[in-house]
Design a protein around this ligand. Structure first.
Ligand code: HEM
Length: 489
């Protein structure tokens, strides 16, 4: 063969091979695309982010479920996502195949909380932290906190009484922050608490702001305040070590923990987890407590039913002169149902995020590696197949347990909320004090929700509070019955 013919042969062969590989790749991609869940990816880069932000997120997700079913794809905030709204798929992601998905958060949020915080991890480090956090939130640990939590709540509510307008959500945030501090540090010196509160408030404000480091931006201020928080926490840790104190609070557990190799946690890891727990505990619980106040106010009959339950305990405790006991908080069945139904109605955590670590197959659909997957708790909580007449607050629906995996206010699986019992304890004690000692009137709009990012009644629920008269209380009567009716426009 001539030299020229050999070269021609090689070129032809190479072209055929390239074209074959190219067609195979295209076919593979087309095949992959065909196996993706139904849905629309919107515009290049921005995807469907604008649609999400220009309407009520519930309506956005609910319309998608109506159109595409309980698993669909979309593109939000620069990420390709698969949304799932069925109990089976949520369990698949969060519980049975949780190892195929990792927790994922925007870097801007990770930087503010701290990269070593429990939420961002899997494996041994996560297991170790989880044990520590759970032990500080165990029934035994919570039992020891009941009286102090009650004191915090009683003093917070007393400070609201007087008939002036307060923003319920802000006040509930102060309250849940105090409980968070109690859980983490036990009794903390006032100057440390003030400094923590001051800097934490700045971090909190920057958390949902646009993450730019430009001078003067909320995000930059938050980063600076976050550094301050680390310094304050280091001081507290130093003082504890100096005193050789062996307190049994969360900080105590974190300080005394050693892994298999005898390694202790670094001060950075401890700080990230303390700030992480404060974050996880504050707005979530405050939002839930704000909704409870609203749902009780919305229906006088409901309020009376709860009052009747709490009044028995109040009288048994010498008209509130004795502290509530752990056993009493475990035996408030009607109030407990109010809490569950409020958590369902409000669905504080509407959804969560995970990221597929490999290509995952679910029910014939492909969830490609690197895609986000979001179990939609709210859509399940508001699905009439699982909760009859879902928009209606119905106390009796929790008389029987919900169908498995349809009710996940605290998530499920390895990352499920370790603070759920503390959150419920706060809500029970708050409700006890609220209905036995106070009356309140919601002023301003009576409906509407705002997201920041958790759902809260519009404007944080502006409300007026009054203390019930002791004379009436001593006669064992509810002042609210004798008070002039409030306008409920
Ligand atoms: C009504 C109040 C609360 C609600 C609705 C709530 C909800 C949740 C949910 C849904 C998750 C799971 C997120 C996921 O799977 O991605 C979670 C995780 C978590 N929550 Fe809560 N939470 C509440 C209160 C609290 C409190 C009071 C604390 C602590 C004192 C707390 C600490 C945590 C922590 C540390 C995690 C991360 C667990 C892990 O990654 O292993 N939460 N919470």
């Amino acid at each position: 063969m001539e030299k020229f013919e050999v070269i021609l042969c090689i070129i032809t062969l190479l072209l055929t091979l390239t074209s074959y590989l190219f067609r195979r790749k295209k076919k593979g991609e087309a095949c992959k695309r065909e196996r993706l869940p139904p849905g629309s990816m919107g515009w290049p880069y921005i995807g469907e982010t604008l649609q999400l932000y220009s309407q009520d997120p519930n309506v956005f997700f609910a319309n998608k479920v109506k159109r595409y079913g309980e698993i669909y794809k979309t593109h939000l905030l620069g990420c390709a996502c698969v949304m799932v709204a069925s109990p089976e798929a949520s369990r698949f992601v969060l519980v049975t195949q949780a190892h195929l998905f990792k927790p994922t958060y925007p870097a801007s949020k990770e930087n503010l909380i701290g990269k070593s915080a429990i939420f961002f991890h899997q494996g041994d480090y996560h297991t170790r932290l989880r044990k520590l956090v759970q032990s500080s939130l165990s029934p035994k640990a919570l039992r020891a906190l009941v009286a102090s939590i009650e004191d915090i709540i009683a003093s917070a509510l007393n400070s609201l009484a007087g008939g002036h307008v307060i923003t319920t959500f802000h006040e509930m945030k102060k309250l849940s922050f105090e409980v968070g501090i109690l859980l983490i540090f036990g009794q903390l010196e006032a100057h440390h608490k003030e400094e923590l509160k001051k800097n934490y408030t700045i971090v909190d404000r920057g958390y949902n702001s646009f993450p730019t480091k430009l001078p003067g931006s909320l995000y930059r201020k938050a980063l600076l305040a976050r550094n301050q928080l680390s310094k304050i926490l280091n001081e507290i840790i130093y003082e504890r070590k100096e005193k050789k104190s062996s307190q049994k609070d969360l900080l105590g557990s974190l300080l005394s923990s050693k892994d298999d190799k005898g390694e202790i946690l670094s001060e950075g890891q401890i700080a990230d987890n303390i700030i992480g727990v404060l974050f996880a505990a504050q707005d979530t619980t405050a939002s839930a407590m704000t909704w409870i106040l609203k749902y009780l106010y919305d229906d006088p009959q409901r309020l009376e039913t709860v009052k009747a339950e709490q009044e028995v305990i109040y009288k048994a405790n010498e008209v509130g002169n004795l502290h509530l006991t752990w056993a009493q908080t475990r035996n408030m069945p009607i109030t407990h149902k109010v809490i569950l139904e409020s958590l369902r109605m409000a669905s504080i955590i509407s959804f969560t995020f995970r990221e597929a670590v490999v290509d995952v197959e679910y029910n014939g659909y492909l969830i490609p590696k690197g895609w986000k997957i979001m179990p939609l708790f709210r859509n399940m909580h508001h699905n009439p197949q699982f909760f009859n007449d879902p928009q209606k607050f119905n106390l009796s629906r929790f008389e029987v347990a919900p169908k498995p995996n349809t009710f996940m206010p605290f998530g499920s699986g390895l990352h499920a909320c370790p603070g759920n019992e503390l959150a419920k304890l706060e809500m029970l004690i708050l409700t006890h004090h609220l209905v036995t000692k106070f009356r309140w009137e919601v002023v301003g709009p009576q409906s509407g929700t705002q997201y920041g990012p958790f759902p809260v009644p519009l404007h944080g629920l502006p409300t007026k509070f009054w203390k019930e008269s002791t004379t009436y209380r001593q006669h064992g009567r509810f002042l609210i019955k004798d008070a002039p009716p409030f306008s409920r426009t």
